[in-house]
Ligand binder design. Structure first.
Ligand code: BGC
Length: 678
């Protein structure tokens, strides 16, 4: 494979990032207000602004209210409900000395109540416009429940499917991630942060978190500066340029320096090189974790390092509150630094319009949550996220004339798991599963359902007989396998990426009936499914598709929609190939089939150099199971008339590439045109 860079996605509509434009007058007014407030604030009030806590950390409701009244809390995360938020906001605004409103934060990662596909799935749609719409839905619903700020998008380049957080990411590619980052930020923030249906976004985790060694969460990262700048930083720079309101510093140490105390990334790059003037929050307890990293001797030193690196707001711990006075007294830090950080926080609150309109309209949620429009966008987003990996004998789409289908598998009717990781507010009662949708579409009598396995990790095969029975009496088998939502996400790394439990055996058992098998996989990451490809006729990768996954799948299986998703990550054949991603370097000895001998064909006592010396694995070759960008369709496309505007780059470094694209197949369809350069 060549060192290639994904250059251009035709068919991705990038909206011109018209930035939230606060008029310069308003800006000046805000700056004056900030100055005035800071001049009145005690140190305790300043440190309060710099502190974010979970309600659970603030004690009983009365204690929480007192802390807010005393100006000890600037932000709360994980408080939901317009009424609940208003109740505490009232204390901040009407009972605290300076009346500074709280900013309420929440992880609204891929939807609030209407759950969109996991970000990795959303990215598989390669549709920036749709990603923007999906996040606008998330923002609207969250804002209606009192949330002002989400900790998303997560834009860590993720090249290791063992890492559970790959689910939250846009995958392995810097360009695709950057395009999605910009779109998602626009979706959350809109053009005006103070509008009632927008919320502040947060570019996270700054930076390098996705390079966790061995894919084990929180693990150390070693990224040479050249790679940091080429691969890991660009999406964050795009986010900064797009006006993302906040950044979050990561948990990991980067080349030995924890990200939350890293002056090089936070000060030199983010503030100086990029001129970023938004607000920076630490990840949960990542300031005190610098002690465990071995980077700070105690919490006072941790506070000092975080302050020197430029963390404005501390999440979930209190090192600032506990130690800033002493650090000031010693002259380790100065008050001007504290004032600058407080100003960044107050600016966010002003931009959000919280001083003018601190309260949430308590009737808004009823109108927006799970609205028809929102569900429709969730269905579209799910539909575009599906990637058709295999379609032997054009089994898909299925004909409407089938007399019955078997719906089998632990993910066929798993409303909780189908939502995926990082769903704090989505409810399984609102999820429509494939089983429900297929019954609705075909009529309950035509669907023969058997779960086969209780959950994805079930090892006992006692449900197989019923599954085989269901398969036997049906024309076709729709088998829903994959992983439960708990198997991906934060701290949920895996060393083995094969299907869990007895799922492979279930596939074998139903395939033995001789009935055609459509395998639908719902998962938070790419799994190693080489063995399963051989047993199934068609394979559709559905990630964790969210609230509307069921109807979107039913439509696609029966040809009401055509798959157009493309993989945002490379699928390895086996875990041992990881890291494997499309734009790895060529090496001086790139692999080719002439110089590769399958391990099973190596003669006994072969001599040292008889197999050729290229960069490959004897047992797994050098190709992935599916490359990045792969995805089949029901229809076919013809590319013709490829043209370059010039054979050389113009002075502006630009060259225009055009191609004619024609749908030559039997179905309507969309195609993502991809261009790679080396
Ligand atoms: C995660 C962040 C998240 C934060 C707040 C941390 O554990 O790493 O991504 O935003 O918690 O919930």
């Amino acid at each position: 494979m060549m060192k290639a860079t994904l250059l251009f996605l035709l068919g991705l509509l990038l909206l011109n990032g018209a930035q939230a434009s606060t008029s310069s007058e308003k800006k000046e007014q805000n700056e004056r207000k900030i100055e005035e407030l800071i001049s009145k604030m005690t140190l305790q009030e300043k440190l309060g602004q710099m502190s974010q806590f979970d309600p659970g950390q603030l004690g009983r409701p009365e204690e929480a209210k007192q802390a807010i009244r005393d100006g000890k809390v600037g932000s709360i995360l994980n408080l939901v409900g317009a009424r609940e938020v208003n109740e505490l906001q009232k204390v901040a605004v009407e009972e605290s000395r300076l009346g500074i409103p709280l900013v309420i934060a929440r992880d609204v990662i891929h939807g609030y109540r209407t759950i969109m596909p996991i970000p990795l799935g959303l990215t598989a749609g390669w549709n920036a416009e749709l990603a923007e719409k999906a996040m606008a839905v998330a923002a609207e619903e969250a804002a209606a429940e009192g949330i002002h700020w989400t900790f998303a998008p997560m834009i860590d380049i993720s090249r290791d499917p063992r890492w559970g957080r790959i689910a939250e990411s846009s995958g392995e590619d810097t360009y695709l991630t950057s395009v999605m980052a910009k779109a998602m930020i626009k979706g959350f923030q809109g053009d005006d942060l103070s509008a009632p249906n927008t919320i502040a976004a947060c570019a996270k985790h700054f930076v390098g978190y996705g390079a966790a060694e061995g894919g084990r969460d929180y693990n150390t990262t070693l990224i040479p500066e050249v790679q940091l700048r080429n691969d890991y930083l660009p999406p964050f720079q795009v986010a900064a340029d797009a006006g993302v309101a906040t950044f979050m510093s990561a948990f990991n140490d980067l080349n030995g320096v924890p990200a939350s105390g890293n002056e090089f990334t936070l000060k030199q790059i983010l503030r100086k090189e990029w001129n970023y003037n938004g607000m920076v929050v630490s990840d949960w307890a990542s300031i005190t974790e610098m002690i465990a990293h071995g980077f700070a001797a105690n919490s006072k030193e941790a506070a000092e390092k975080a302050l020197k690196a430029g963390i404005d707001m501390e999440m979930a711990t209190s090192t600032y509150v506990d130690h800033v006075q002493a650090l000031l007294d010693e002259g380790t830090i100065d008050l001007a630094t504290i004032d600058e950080y407080v100003a960044n926080i107050l600016r966010l609150k002003l931009d959000l319009g919280l001083f003018d309109k601190p309260y949430t309209d308590e009737s808004a949620a009823a109108k927006s949550i799970l609205s028809e429009k929102n569900l429709q966008i969730a269905k579209e987003a799910a539909s575009e996220s599906f990637v058709l990996l295999q379609n032997k004998n054009e089994l898909l789409p299925l004909s409407n004339d089938l007399s019955s289908v078997a719906v089998i598998g632990p993910l066929a009717d798993a409303p909780h798991d189908q939502m995926g990781t990082w769903v704090f507010d989505g409810k399984k009662e609102n999820t429509i599963t494939p089983l429900t949708a297929l019954k609705e579409m075909l009529g309950a009598d035509q669907v023969n359902f058997a779960r086969g396995l209780k959950i994805s990790r079930t090892k006992t095969t006692e449900g197989f007989a019923e599954a085989v029975e269901a398969a036997k009496k049906s024309d076709v088998v729709l088998l829903f396998l994959g992983e439960e939502s708990i198997l991906s996400g934060e701290a949920h790394s895996l060393a083995n990426l094969n299907l869990q439990g007895a799922q492979s055996e279930l596939l074998e058992a139903v395939a033995e009936t001789g009935k055609p098998v459509v395998l639908v996989i719902m998962a938070g990451r790419q799994l190693t499914i080489q063995k399963e490809l051989a047993k199934a006729d068609a394979v559709l990768y559905a990630w964790h598709p969210g609230t509307m996954g069921g109807p979107a799948l039913a439509d696609m299986l029966f040809g009401k929609t055509t798959p157009s998703g493309k993989l945002p990550v490379t699928f390895p054949k086996t875990v041992g190939q990881i890291p494997i991603y499309y734009n790895h370097k060529n090496t001086g000895r790139p692999a080719d089939y002439q110089q590769w001998t399958d391990i099973n064909k190596i003669p006994a006592e072969a001599t040292q150099h008889s197999l050729g010396n290229t960069s490959h694995y004897l047992d797994a070759g050098f190709e992935p199971l599916f490359p990045f960008g792969f995805g089949l369709s029901y229809t076919t496309f013809e590319y013709s008339d490829l043209k370059l505007s010039s054979k050389t780059m113009g002075k502006d470094g630009a060259i225009e590439v055009s191609v004619n694209l024609k749908n030559t197949g039997k179905f309507e369809g969309a195609e993502v045109v991809q261009l790679y350069i080396r």
